[in-house]
Write a protein that binds this ligand. Structure first.
Ligand code: DWN
Ligand code: ZN
Length: 414
């Protein structure tokens, strides 16, 4: 069978032979923000996506070992966005009021629970819950808020251990996590063991259809070993007797999809599932030419962004990056953006501040520095949070500042 991680020539889901349709070149760990003394020994791998003709799964040919990405220095804390806090509160209450409503002492497990942004609502309602979070630092934040959390990677063995200690789960949840796990069949088997026969497995991730439509290639980086569609999710979980019973598009992370899966035959399959599958076929998500067009769009986006940055540099304008996102690692390294183009990247996350951005080595500075002396232009790396950011940065615009955006197209906007 295909190796769970590392480099593969075979689909991580169905084992068919796969080949990359493009390469973004040498890439560092997207969340590997560096102390200056670490810059010389930085780790790189080749970021090359492939599409499996056989099962429709979009995936990376190579992914660094999980321990290189998720550890006690993991730089992404889910609770940094106010909008995302509201999003996960709504997600939790949708589960409480629908999926597990009326159940006797329900048990909810969240895979990749980060700092407890979603589980805190189950705790507040006095519901039995368990978070599984391999990155020890973010897991500790959750534990400090009395959210039950185990620091581990989820697999068959952990599923059995959880069942032995707590019993089977009424609901298993995951947000922006499933697309990170290379051994998807291992997770499928774990979910099958852990879930009650009438339980539900609900997860959401950035959606392949949105990425293709918006040419938001920056969703592709080491952590995102897969980019899902309803079609590929349905096929990936079928061997574990789980079927997609509902799909719910989300606006988060530039366009995501929430999938509800249940043991085959245990719940009605809602009509929108069939409609989504038909829509994906019509969008050509299963056709190789779609990915060749995507590649061409990535190349023109890169050319347009670099032309803009070079022009502003020639005019002596100050440009600062806004949000040291994981996505920005793909953009800076693929496009060749340096600290000559972008003076620094402003970010509110303390662990990223004072460090260098992966690969491009652009300094990451506290948000105060952005406000203290507004730049002429801000390159919006956190474009998925644009509504929240533009609402809060009216002072920047009033001072004459302008945003440089690159999704869905390169543009300068107020
Ligand atoms: O799947 C993943 C998603 C959920 O989160 C992970 N693989 C890692 C991470 O991806 P990302 O780093 O691209 O996520 P965000 O949410 O786009 O990151 C936003 C960054 O911008 C954070 O570092 C916080 C920062 N930020 C800021 O400085 N000011 C964010 C907001 C909203 C702000 O106002
Ligand atoms: Zn496949």
């Amino acid at each position: 069978m295909t190796p769970a991680n590392g480099v593969t020539r075979h689909c991580r889901v169905c084992n068919a032979e796969i080949a990359p349709f493009m390469s973004f070149g040498r890439m560092p760990i997207a969340n590997g923000f560096l102390k200056p003394e670490e810059a010389a020994t930085e780790y790189f791998f080749e970021l090359a996506p492939a599409f499996c003709d056989s099962c429709g799964m979009f995936q990376l040919m190579e992914q660094p070992r999980p321990e290189k990405m998720f550890h006690e220095q993991y730089a992404f804390y889910s609770s940094t966005s106010r909008y995302m806090q509201a999003h996960f509160e709504a997600f939790a209450h949708a589960v409480i009021n629908n999926a597990i409503a009326g159940r006797d002492d329900p048990f909810v497990v969240e895979l990749g629970s980060n700092d407890g942004i979603m589980l805190r609502h189950f705790r507040q309602c006095g519901l039995r819950h368990l978070g599984v979070e391999p990155s020890a630092n973010v897991a500790e934040v959750a534990r400090s808020q009395s959210i039950n959390t185990v620091s581990a990677f989820f697999d068959r063995k952990l599923a059995d251990d959880i069942v032995a200690e707590h019993g089977r789960a009424d609901a298993i949840l995951a947000a922006n996590v499933m697309c990170h796990i290379p051994d998807l069949p291992g997770v499928g088997a774990g979910v099958q063991r852990l879930l009650k026969p009438d339980g539900v497995f609900i997860f959401e991730d950035p959606y392949l259809g949105d990425m293709i439509a918006k040419s938001s290639y920056d969703q592709i980086y080491d952590e995102h070993v897969f980019m899902f569609s309803a079609t590929s999710v349905q096929r990936a979980f079928a061997p574990f007797e789980l079927e997609v019973v509902d799909v719910m598009p989300q606006i988060t992370h530039g366009g995501s999809m929430r999938y509800a899966l249940a043991p085959v035959g245990s719940r009605p399959v809602l009509k929108n599932v069939g409609a989504q599958l038909a829509k994906e076929a019509a969008l050509g998500l299963d056709r190789p030419e779609t990915y060749l067009r995507f590649k061409a769009n990535c190349e023109s986006s890169r050319a347009a962004l670099m032309q803009t940055l070079e022009r502003l540099r020639a005019q002596g304008k100050r440009v600062v990056g806004y949000g040291a996102t994981s996505k920005s690692t793909t953009v800076t390294n693929y496009c060749g953006i340096t600290s000559g183009h972008v003076e620094f990247i402003s970010d509110t996350t303390p662990i990223k501040q004072g460090r260098l951005s992966p690969g491009a080595h652009i300094p990451v500075r506290p948000y105060d520095e952005f406000v203290k002396k507004y730049p002429d232009y801000a390159l919006l790396f956190a474009w998925n949070h644009a509504a929240e950011i533009r609402e809060k940065e009216t002072g920047f615009i009033a001072a004459g500042g302008r945003w440089i955006v690159y999704v869905p197209e390169v543009a300068i906007v107020a």
